[in-house]
Design a protein around this ligand. Structure first.
Ligand code: URA
Length: 286
């Protein structure tokens, strides 16, 4: 008889799955949706009657353990749902303080990411900080703890700001474009971003920072409404305009996760940090 694998190997296997991004069990066996789509396309038109009905005494066919794929085509991921975007905007607009915005986001059911996330991740840092950092999306650690940038990228980000004498406790307030972790840390799709950016915009409006740092391509592109990539955006000053006309200097930077993968980018990020420090000193002096 096969012996059961030791508990440690099962735990290691689960850990391996989680690290690879598998964080949800949907079916016992994997479903090849490409084959399913092909089969559906090739399926002949259904017949309505059989010419030779089986004799009444024929026993029903035995039930087998084989699972038939569902006979509907897999649903497409909508690129953007205008109604859900409208709902998010209305929910965001109904909030008149950061606490109300947090409550509105927690109550919002229009973003499918929320179904798989453990936590809603709102913000961390000093509420009256002059600098507001907007990142991309919570990762595994952030999802578990319910706070942005608490994992390995967050630790690098804290060290980067510490190098220009800014701390999360006093000078920096942090949030993300997405308030829920995309499963397996996949890149946020257009639909996720279009819905959640409504909350991020209201977040900036209610927080009213003196300076914005956009950490990575997703916040830079969505908040500056551009298709230009982060490599060309970083290091340049932009103006982010609030609905009342207030203009906030905004600096796109490489995301710390990118710097962990490509340490060569740290030299450019150091220049960006010095630039941020200079601009902040000017702002605080006025
Ligand atoms: N990366 C992000 O963009 N945000 C987080 O909160 C963590 C990692």
């Amino acid at each position: 008889m096969d012996s059961l694998p030791p508990t440690t190997s099962v735990a290691a296997l689960l850990r391996w799955y989680a690290d690879a991004g598998v964080d949800e069990t949907i079916e016992e066996t994997a479903l090849d949706r490409y084959a399913l789509t092909a089969a559906l396309t090739a399926r002949p038109a259904a017949t309505t009657a059989t010419t030779t009905p089986p004799p009444a005494s024929t026993p029903p066919p035995p039930r087998t353990a084989v699972r038939e794929p569902p006979m509907t085509a897999p649903s497409r991921v909508p690129l953007e749902s205008p109604q859900l975007v409208e709902d998010a905007r209305a929910a965001a607009a109904s909030a008149s303080s950061l606490a109300e915005l947090e409550a509105a986001i927690r109550a919002f059911e229009g973003c499918s990411l929320k179904r798989l996330a453990k936590n809603t991740v709102f913000a961390d840092g000093a509420v009256d900080a002059p600098v507001m950092v907007v990142g991309e999306a919570p990762g595994e650690d952030e999802d578990r703890q319910g706070k942005p940038f608490v994992g390995v990228s967050g630790r690098l980000m804290d060290r980067m700001f510490a190098a220009i004498e800014l701390t999360r406790e006093r000078d920096v307030y942090i949030t993300n474009i997405l308030n829920w972790r995309p499963p397996g840390n996949r890149t946020p799709n257009l639909s996720d971003v279009a819905i959640c950016v409504a909350f991020a915009r209201r977040h900036i409006e209610l927080k009213r920072p003196r300076l914005l740092v956009l950490a990575g391509g997703v916040p830079a592109k969505s908040l500056l409404e551009t298709e230009t990539g982060i490599t060309r955006l970083r290091g340049r000053w932009f103006e982010y305009t609030l609905p009342d006309g207030t203009r906030i200097p905004a600096m796109p930077m490489f995301h710390p996760a990118y710097l962990l993968r490509s340490p060569g980018g740290k030299r450019q990020s150091w220049i960006d940090l010095l630039n941020i420090r200079d601009r902040l000193d000017q702002i605080l002096a006025t």
